[in-house]
Structure formats: C-alpha cells, structure tokens
Ligand binder design. Sequence first.
Ligand SMILES: NC(=O)c1ccc[n+]([C@@H]2O[C@H](COP(=O)([O-])OP(=O)(O)OC[C@H]3O[C@@H](n4cnc5c(N)ncnc54)[C@H](OP(=O)(O)O)[C@@H]3O)[C@@H](O)[C@H]2O)c1
Length: 302
Amino acid sequence: MKPGKLNILITGSNGLLGQAVSKMFLRETDHDLLITSAEEYSYLYDKCEYRTLDITSKDDVKRTASEFSPNVIINCAAFTNVDACETEREASWKINVDGVKNLIIAARMNGARIIHFSTDYVFDGRNGPYSEDAVPNPISFYGREKLASENALKTSDIEHAIIRTLVIYGTGKNVKPNFALWLVDKLSNNELVNVVTDQISNTTMVEDLAVGTMRIVERGCTGIYNIAGPDVISRYMFAHNLCEVFGYDKGLVRPITTELLNQPAPRPMRSGLTTFKAEAELGFKPMDSMEGLRFLKFQLGH
Ligand SMILES: NC(=O)c1ccc[n+]([C@@H]2O[C@H](COP(=O)([O-])OP(=O)(O)OC[C@H]3O[C@@H](n4cnc5c(N)ncnc54)[C@H](OP(=O)(O)O)[C@@H]3O)[C@@H](O)[C@H]2O)c1
C-alpha cells in the first residue's frame, strides 16, 4: 500500500484500546478517521466524525464501509469479559468471530486491509512466553473465539495484521476497570486486595499498544505481531510495583493462588508474549511496568 493519506475506520472506539488508538491517530497523523462503537455516543465526538456501528450487523457494517471507503479497518471491538464468554457463548461468538467475518466482507468490498487484536489466551499457558509462530491451544471459550477470529482472517483473501497483546492497562473516559485501575481504586481507599502469584505474563500500557498499532498501519505490515511490555512478571509483582509507584501500602496486597478465585474460565498460567519481532521490525520500545505505572499515575493526576 502506498504511503500517504488513508481513510481509517476504527471499530470499538469507546473501549480502552479504541480510545487510545483513536486519540493516537488524531494526534500523530493526518489520516481521515471514522470512529465507530456500539453506543450512541462517543467520548471523542467533537474531535472527528463518529457513528454508531454494531459489528454484528452485516448490513450496517457494509453500509458504513461503502459510505466511508476505508483503506484500513482497525477492529478494537470485542466481547472482552473472559468469564462471561464461558456462559454467554452465542452472544460473545457473534461479536468476537461473526463480527470479524462481517468486517472481512466489508474490507473485500472496499479493498481495505484489516488490523485485528488477539490475545495470549489463544495459548494454554504451559510454557510461555510465546513467539508469533508458537502453536495455539486455547483453554477457554474466549481463547477459542479469538483463535477462530484469527483463522477467519488467515483463511480470507484480505490483507491483514493480527496484533496479539495481553493484560492491557491504562485509562480513558468511562472505560471498564482494568487490573491497574481496579488496584488503584481499592488501594487508594486502603482496602485489602487478593492478588494471584501464579499467573505470569507481561503487561501492556495501552499507549504503547496504540503506538505499535500506528506503526503497523503506516508501514503496511502484515501477519502476526506480539505487542506488549518487556517484563514478564506475576500479577502479584505488578501490584507491588503499583504500590511502589503510587505510594500505597504493600501490606494491603495479599498473595493468593488462582484456584481460590474459582473463575469460570481457565487462565493460561505461565503465559506472556515475546516481542523481538516488533522490536526489530517496528523499532518498538515499550515501557516496562514501572515506567508504564508512572505514566498512569501522571494521567490520573495522583
Ligand atoms: N483488555 C485486555 O487486557 C486485552 C488483552 C488481550 C487482548 N485484548 C483485545 O484487545 C481488544 C480491545 O480490548 P479492550 O480492552 O479495549 O476492550 P474494551 O475496553 O472492553 O472495549 C471493547 C469495546 O468494544 C465495543 N463493542 C462491544 N460489542 C460491540 C459490537 N457488537 N459492535 C461494536 N462495538 C462493540 C464496546 O463499545 P461500546 O462501549 O460502544 O459498547 C467496547 O467499548 C479486543 O480485541 C480484546 O480481545 C484485550
């Protein structure tokens, strides 16, 4: 694809990642953006054109795409509640898999490429961190859905990039609480938190993920890219780092094991994603968790 001005359609723009990606493209590029999400309102409404778009509606997706003629579709929309995916299988599949198939149809009609987000949950978590060519083996329904969405793209004739990421943290307007925001909420009120010591992975500052996404779009990259922070640590260690940065009492963080949480969806335990490919090809230099948390503290005005 020639470098130059692009028409970029962003779905799920009200989510944590959707907001960060939309803001990054608005601030750093002069591409024409159409931001869309399931809700009737947008938090970036006054900054660029916004339309309500439910990606499960094939007709709406086709109509919106044919009116805007995107060169690139960035799919930030998803059903992201991992435990709810176990029980709400039909509803979550409709968004996480069928929604992506609708975008593939729209991309084909407009000659657009797709940038899609996936997860370390496509792996079983027995021997992470995983490279881009590791063999997936999902253990949760969410993981199976995200793998099915990857496969829908891989078996399509559409030019695409799949960005695998994990444990995204950061802030935005009305975003659902991520791990870091949940910790800040509890610990700033001196509440005890139980945090697992046996789930190990890297974590990802959402702004780094937005930068990685922008480079993948602008350089016309295709294939799978892992985008994540550099340190592979336990959730417990991440909570300790957060206490250090925000000045909270580390004694409020109680170590527990995943088994005690009784979560409906099994988690990959020894997980993580290696990011050598993104570092080499994109010059990707993400913040480690301490730097990312200092940035979050600044953003929250703490
Ligand atoms: N969060 C993580 O730790 C993590 C880790 C690995 C991978 N990922 C992947 O990263 C991507 C973004 O995740 P996120 O954390 O930004 O999720 P999020 O905050 O839950 O945002 C997802 C957004 O998708 C939108 N959406 C839901 N159903 C939709 C539909 N039918 N049509 C259009 N939009 C719809 C929602 O928009 P409204 O608010 O307008 O309803 C929501 O804001 C997802 O693909 C996710 O699987 C996330």
